[in-house]
Write a new protein. Sequence first.
Length: 291
Amino acid sequence: MKLLILEAGHCLSLAMAREANRRSDTELTIEPALQTTPARLETLRPDALVIPPLSRPLSAEPAAVTAHAEAVEACMETCREADIPLVWCVSDQLYEDGFDVPIDEHVIPEPRDDGLRRLVRTGDRIRAELPHHLIVRLGPLFALEGSHAWLGELLDTFIGGGEVRAESDVIFCPTSADAVAMALIGMLQQQHCGADAWGSYHLAGTEPVSAYTFVSMVRTQLDTRLEGRGERVALGTAKALNHHHDQPLRRVLNCRRVLDVFGVHQKPWRLEVGRMLDAWCLVRAEESTPQ
């Protein structure tokens, strides 16, 4: 199976590359920007074009959100002309106001924010104009490296003594970029073998948690590992924010369909964070060892 993924520096693109390198059944081509051409698709003839998500669109500049939506629609039109399936990953923030219960795939987001509404219109176009598509809504992505690598940003801030501000009343399911890469390749392999299960899916880590609790857990685990290595580092602090005074905003994705259709299980985000912190500490130890 041959895949083309855009935005080479995105944390999901890097994770896809790592996963493809571990397999013998997947060939991955990565383009530097969020764009492609009919000639490029004709040359490569990938089995699917994969577009990483615009993480945290609620806090992104409006121009960046619009540019992302326009680029995705241009890719959709190119895929339609070349008869190439499109995979578009999107943030769970499209469900701006959340739901009291886990959110199923058939629930189309109806945000109030203009930028989010622009992304929803892009999704509507894909569903209407491109039969062979996967729209994969993701919980907040985290990874160690690449753009939108939330965990890497947290570690840099804490090590630098900075403050991380996070909502204590926004509940979601953090999602490892590595787990998403493994799931996407597995899903597309089944499509490649004739599953013909196109449509919208949800994918997120297990165990809903507040943004503040997630950030605090990362800080605690980092401190524990550094102390275990004999390092004394004055880590930065985590500060809780409270915006939803009546009740927490819950943005929890129901991932049952991706399990029923493709057999993809959710990964526990705590285990993924622990694994990444171990890898981060190992690199830190190697860098500090005299040559």
